[in-house]
Design a protein around this ligand. Structure first.
Ligand code: SF4
Length: 345
């Protein structure tokens, strides 16, 4: 079977993992003595939250409720124990699937460039597997959309029986049935964004200066000793972060890997592992771009944050921020006013 061949191709491969994962963003307190002044001047939510990039899952979260996603970034709260347990189990299931196709190697990191180099090396290491028609998991993707750097991780890519490149996203659920329309809409947008970014990458559009201009990484930074050794082991002679960026650009540009042909989401019940169903997601590039443009407009300070529309007010019932949410309050006040009996003249 084609898939089985893919598995065996990869059984000896390794994916790197930062030993002590470092937050990619510089801490707010590290902005120097005039940090407070800079914060005051910073108007764009991206600057206010000290973000140099956004994640695909975050943008998809905006399609559920933008205000909730923003609260989550600005005022993160500990998860409810049952939610945390669900997420932990979900992570373990993903990890188990990942370990089926490669081993994880812990690499110590000493700079932000080392952390990003790990992601880029992981991307470089799967290119030959895809070129050989193999099967990969946990593939990092990066790109710039509407002037904002966006990063994500594709669950799985493989070639189907028609020879098409197929993306598979696994979603585990606490409840033993398929999600509703709103959840599916969010998931569809997530996988569509993965395709959009992946396709631009394999078309050679991910240029080295994207990493220096958008996330302010230093091309001249020397990479850590163990990282360089591992890169050499998989065939890349690199010294600095800039060397790696050049290699990434050339490898992607001349890879001949096709764009993604088919998007699938597999839902399964977390407790029993029973598959609940698989959705084939239609892809419309114009719609994906339009949505991304709308969501990114908030981060670029071009419009105010929005909560859910009245038809989706049911989402507020299970929202951890409902008691501080002005959007919800204003909507309730507006409804009350509309329902007030009209005074007789
Ligand atoms: Fe969004 Fe409703 Fe939560 Fe406000 S209360 S953040 S509108 S889900």
């Amino acid at each position: 079977e084609a898939d089985a061949a893919g598995f065996s191709d990869l059984s000896d491969s390794e994916l790197l993992q930062a030993e002590e994962p470092r937050e990619a963003e510089e801490p707010r307190s590290a902005r120097g003595p005039d940090g407070a002044g800079k914060r005051k001047r910073a108007q764009r939510p991206l600057d206010r939250c000290a973000l140099r990039y956004l994640c695909v899952t975050g943008l998809a979260g905006q399609s559920w409720c933008e205000q909730q996603m923003v609260f989550g970034m600005e005022q993160p709260r500990p998860l409810a124990p049952e939610t945390a347990a669900l997420l932990d189990t979900g992570k373990s299931i993903h990890l188990a699937r990942e370990l089926e196709v490669h081993d994880l190697v812990k690499i110590p990191t000493t700079s932000r460039e080392d952390c990003w180099a790990i992601k880029i090396l992981n991307l470089l290491s799967v290119i030959p597997v895809l070129q050989a028609g193999g099967h990969v998991r946990e593939l990092p993707v990066f790109g710039v959309i509407e002037g904002v750097f966006v990063s994500g991780i594709i669950d799985e890519l493989c070639y189907n029986t028609k020879g098409e490149l197929e993306l598979n996203e696994l979603k585990t659920r606490s409840r033993p049935f398929m999600p509703g329309k709103a959840q599916r809409k969010k998931d569809h947008f997530q996988v569509s964004l993965y395709k959009y970014i992946f396709d631009t990458m394999v078309q050679g559009q991910l240029k080295p200066d994207v990493f220096t201009n958008h996330i302010h990484l230093r091309p001249e930074q020397l990479l850590g000793c163990q990282l360089r050794k591992h890169a050499q082991k998989i065939g890349f002679m690199i010294t600095s972060f800039g060397d790696l960026l050049e290699l990434m650009h050339l490898n992607l540009m001349f890879s001949d890997i096709p764009g993604i042909d088919c998007l699938k989401i597999e839902y399964s019940h977390q407790e029993s592992s029973v598959p609940l169903g698989t959705e084939v997601v239609p892809y419309e590039e114009a719609t994906v771009k339009e949505k991304a443009q709308y969501y990114l407009a908030y981060w670029k300070g071009q419009r105010e944050v929005r909560g859910v529309d009245i038809e989706e007010a049911w989402k507020c019932q299970s929202c951890g921020y409902s008691e501080i949410c002005n959007w919800r309050k204003k909507r309730a006040e507006g409804l009350e006013k509309r329902n007030e009996p009209k005074k007789s003249k």
